[in-house]
Design a protein around this ligand. Structure first.
Ligand code: ZN
Ligand code: ZN
Length: 441
């Protein structure tokens, strides 16, 4: 991260301070992502009399300063005694002994425990680094199962697998089983999103990001009961995705208008007929003027020749790697989807600040730019705007492609890369983006 405040403190403690607790306040502006605290002091003495062999080894520690961190609301975020001289806290990750949390703006406090102070006193040097959020591309998988339902891996195994696949996040979505955030292990570099796949004879939906999206039981027998579950999940802040609407045997049979949801899963596991129909449904909804973000997930249970973690991969432009920022970005449609973690990459924008998922007035902006990288020779690049679809480029060689596309009328525009994955088979999507919307007056 570039944007960071570094705050330095030098504190002096006298022997009289020994045995008491103190705090050092520091200010955090809005939009902070993480806090890192390092501290340093003379812990071990050098001045023992080595003539007497017992003295030097019995009292090596002349000062012991303990550390803790307190949030603006007074909550203890962690306490590490004198065990760690560096700690880190963000929503996605924290040093063991500290709780991962959203970094609220306000007055934070370093907790200082003056456990032992030398008769001459001690100077303690603190370095506090507050890093601020910045939009970045993260890759992940929003639909996975563990052995808690019908998968074969533990959450931890999935997280390590995700790391090996170069993913940044995965959602754990076992059938009708909630997992709370505190039950999720911490694996450095992987954000685990708590979730549940509400799995019902009338359809499947993921509720992501909250520990308990609904009370009582998943089972419902009427539309009204189902509506109550979806409404509860929404009110509690869950991101709701309607899953694999055309998958044989687990189609989504409810009318989409009858339930609140945030995203439509247009790509579930390997690209196939049911997914192409879901893309068609999404396209029809977009063409009717609805702004519904798409989402994707592998529905991973175990490795098979065509099913793997990150197949497809959701690529999201999020302000941090915290669960709340990833889900907010998905809800805003700041995402595109690729067949595998190492698939093509896309940047699609108007100037620097308007990206996929955003809306502009067509009278003010009737164009957008996009750049694709990691293309293969033979890929076809298609822009779908409103009812029209236009192949704008056939990649003659491996590489990248960049263009400015002009919208002839209001509507939306999204990008697809089509690829021949196997000789003789029809072209299939290697990438599908969310649209930029060009609103009429
Ligand atoms: Zn399902
Ligand atoms: Zn599933």
């Amino acid at each position: 991260m570039d944007a960071a405040d570094i705050i330095l403190f030098e504190k002096e403690f006298d022997h009289d301070h020994e045995g008491a607790y103190y705090t050092i306040p520091f200010h955090v502006d809005p939009n902070a992502e993480s806090i890192r605290i390092k501290y340093d002091y003379q812990r071990f003495g050098f001045d023992q009399d080595f003539g007497d062999h017992s003295e030097a080894t019995l009292e090596p520690e002349i000062n012991i300063i303990d550390l803790g961190l307190i949030a603006p609301d007074g909550e203890q975020i962690g306490a590490s005694g004198s065990n760690k001289t560096e700690i880190y806290v963000s929503e996605a990750m924290a040093t063991p002994g500290y709780t991962p949390c959203i970094i609220q703006p306000g007055e934070w406090e370093i907790l200082v425990g003056a456990y032992k102070i030398h008769p001459d006193g001690v100077k303690v040097f603190y370095e506090v680094t507050v890093a601020y959020k910045e939009r970045r591309l993260l890759k992940g998988d929003l639909h996975t199962h563990t052995f808690a339902s019908d998968g074969i891996h533990s959450v931890e195994e999935l997280a390590w697998k995700a790391k090996r696949h170069d993913l940044d996040f995965i959602a754990i979505t076992d059938h009708n089983q909630m997992i709370s955030r505190v039950a999720l292990p911490q694996v450095e570099g992987i954000t685990l999103i708590p979730g549940i796949e509400w799995t019902h004879y009338q359809g499947h939906a993921n509720f992501l990001g909250v520990d308990k999206p609904f009370d009582s039981c998943f089972a419902t027998n009427t539309l009204e009961e189902t509506q109550n579950i979806f409404k509860a999940a929404h009110e509690r802040g869950a991101l709701i995705t309607v899953n694999h609407p055309y998958e044989g045997g687990c189609e989504f049979k409810y009318d989409l208008q009858s339930l609140p949801f945030d995203c439509l899963e247009i790509w579930n596991g390997p690209m196939r007929e049911s997914n192409l129909k879901a893309v068609g449904l999404w396209q029809a909804l977009l063409s009717s003027g609805k702004k519904i973000p798409a989402c994707a997930g592998s529905d991973y249970h175990r490795d098979t020749p065509f099913i793997f973690l990150g197949g497809p991969t959701t690529c999201v432009f999020a302000d941090s790697n915290g669960v709340s920022d990833i889900l907010a970005a998905l809800k805003a449609g700041h995402a595109y989807f690729i067949f595998a973690p190492d698939g093509p990459e896309l940047e699609m924008k108007i100037n620097e600040d308007i990206i996929l998922g955003d809306s502009v007035k067509w009278s003010e902006h009737d164009w957008f730019e996009f750049e694709l990288t990691n293309l293969l020779a033979g890929d076809k690049i298609r822009v779908i705007s409103g009812h029209d679809s236009q192949v704008v480029w056939d990649a003659p060689t491996n590489g990248s492609f960049k263009m400015t596309y002009t919208m002839e009328k209001p509507g939306f525009a999204r990008v697809e890369v089509l690829r021949a994955f196997l000789p003789g088979l029809p072209l299939l999507p290697a990438l599908i983006s969310n649209p930029i919307y060009f609103d009429p007056e």
